[in-house]
Design a protein around this ligand. Sequence first.
Ligand SMILES: C[S@@+](CC[C@H](N)C(=O)[O-])C[C@H]1O[C@@H](n2cnc3c(N)ncnc32)[C@H](O)[C@@H]1O
Length: 277
Amino acid sequence: MSTETQSPVVEKPLCFCRILCHLWCEQSFEMNPKGTLRLLRKRKPPEYLDSDRRVRSDEYIPWLCSVVGGFLGADHGNVRAFDYAIRSMPDGGAIVEIGSFLGRSTNVLAYLAMKYRKDNPFFSCDPWMFEGTERPIGGFFDAGCEAFRGYAKEVFRLNASLFSGERKPYAIEMSSSEFFQRWTDRAPVKDVFGRTVALGGPISFAYIDGAHTYEAAWQDFRGVDRHLLPGGFVLFDDSDDGGCFPKVNRLALEIAQDPSYAVVFKTPHYFFRKNDY
Ligand SMILES: C[S@@+](CC[C@H](N)C(=O)[O-])C[C@H]1O[C@@H](n2cnc3c(N)ncnc32)[C@H](O)[C@@H]1O
């Protein structure tokens, strides 16, 4: 029998960092070009608020994100953008995810497509070649090794098969540049589940979360833009103002100036709709 006494549960006080973090995620302030923070008094657009209500009342998404490895935060604005895009995207085009890793965002996308009874075809693409692996993580683990690649791909296959069943994407092991080349060529490819499928056709929603150089993000955008239906959506992960990927942000700011696109909202990453004129 244990002789340990149970310590009482103590509510953690809201520390300054947590409040700042919350305000950042809620887009309550933004970075000025000078590097100072500016408090925003604007309200979120109705598109965000509606999806926010839906996501907050969804019991499954937080659970799914806690059991499937990956980078998407269950409470992140990106999930609001997923919800809005999946409900509002044009019929007849594909959902395309660039960068699946272990399948967390993939499974959330598939779940929302099932939840809203959307039968748009779903494709994902990942070469399972990771960035930032030039040196061991924390001086300890070599995430660039072949064993980790194999592990990540196998875990993705298990996660997508278990949680998304028949709604799992055609998951193509390829860099996005090759994927979009073959998409344009309408080439047949074999996915990681052994299914043969012809790429190509219109796109209704693309989630871009692959390589983070300017060139790669630009190529991904061009690859999507060529096929994106009017009224279709693009969400650029890691494109936030003042965030860790200034080159992806630079591209997002350029797209925001393009008259063919409008910013639906920032998650704080840029979420665009292609204008339908
Ligand atoms: C940040 S992770 C994706 C996380 C995932 N979307 C999630 O929410 O869990 C980035 C992924 O992009 C993939 N990647 C790297 N270079 C790529 C490229 N050129 N084309 C497509 N995917 C790429 C990596 O293999 C990695 O799995």
